[in-house]
Design a protein around this ligand. Structure first.
Ligand SMILES: Nc1ncnc2c1ncn2[C@@H]1O[C@H](COP(=O)(O)OP(=O)(O)O)[C@@H](O)[C@H]1O
Ligand SMILES: [Mg+2]
Length: 275
């Protein structure tokens, strides 16, 4: 656990992102538990979210997740903790009974998922996140559904970020490996040129090597100025690349802190990181 492959790249990311912080909202100044005051409030926040599915019981109980400009925020926690539910709530797929969602200072709690995409949110859900019968390129084209302008430059950027997708662009996405499918899913979300990207378990079911590669790509995306809010089951590795982390337990915030703080927290280590 001492050799962190992201140490160097993170340094670069922080440096390049600092410049972009200049253009921030001044809403909400210093949130709880920050070591240093942020130049702006969180870019995207689901705050005190309470709610569940349909008329069913509440799954989220006053849960808060957020990501700041230029940062990677990671949500970890046991299976069934409500991580995906929290992400869906932030994306507008749940009727919240309490709490709110704000994007760049604007209350978007009442907006549909489609309208949130128009506002600049990109979301890669945990399941069924690609069209398996369509080609890789068709998947990317589908991602551009809200765009009326020429999106070929964006597609080129995505092929630069994920060269394997260019190689396989005329292949059915369903024929790709797990890691490659996740690249298709992230690429599809990037086609709308989102201002913030939400990823639910982008490395699910891939080998450790592929996981490292995907994390590298995710860091690269973050470095282009797109804040990333992601759920990860590879808790330790994810917290190593996280500026902020959330440990969710039974629909509530168990622990919150910087990635470093959570990795060093004895209780978090014992309960969620395998010691
Ligand atoms: N579509 C759904 N309808 C009803 N209950 C659901 C649905 N999806 C998830 N749940 C329930 O919500 C709880 C949290 O699930 P989930 O958010 O998927 O957890 P996690 O992503 O942390 O593993 C679980 O008890 C699960 O059974
Ligand atoms: Mg989940």
């Amino acid at each position: 656990m001492s050799d962190n492959p992201y140490q160097d790249t993170r340094g670069n990311k922080d440096a390049s992102i600092a410049k972009q912080g200049a253009r921030g909202t001044s809403e909400g100044g210093d949130r709880e538990g920050r070591a240093t005051p942020a130049p702006s409030g969180p870019f995207l926040i689901g705050e005190n979210m309470t709610g569940g599915y349909g008329k069913g019981p509440d799954i989220l109980h006053g849960c808060t997740i957020a990501v700041e400009k230029g940062e990677i925020a990671v949500i970890v926690g046991p299976n069934g903790a409500g991580k995906s539910t929290a992400m869906k709530a932030v994306f507008g797929m749940l009727n919240l009974r309490g709490g709110s969602v704000r994007l760049d200072g604007e209350d978007i709690t009442a907006l549909s998922p489609q309208d949130r995409v128009v506002k600049g949110m990109g979301f890669v859900p945990q399941n069924n996140n690609i069209f398996t019968s369509l080609t890789v390129e068709e998947n990317l084209e589908m991602g551009a559904f809200i765009r009326r302008d020429d999106f070929r430059d964006t597609m080129t950027q995505i092929y630069d970020l994920f060269p394997i997708l260019k190689e396989k662009r005329f292949q059915a996405a369903g024929e790709l490996s797990g890691g490659q499918r996740q690249q298709v899913a992230v690429g599809r979300a990037l086609m709308t040129q989102p201002k913030v990207l939400m990823l639910d378990e982008p490395t699910a079911g891939v080998s450790p090597i592929v996981m490292d590669e995907l994390f590298d790509r995710i860091i690269e995306v973050a470095r282009t100025g797109i804040p990333i809010l992601m759920v990860e089951q590879n808790a330790r590795q994810a917290l190593e690349i996280a500026d902020h982390g959330y440990v969710l337990v039974q629909g509530s915030n168990g622990h919150t802190g910087t990635g470093k703080e959570l990795l060093a927290n004895p209780e978090v280590r014992a309960s969620f990181l395998g010691g």
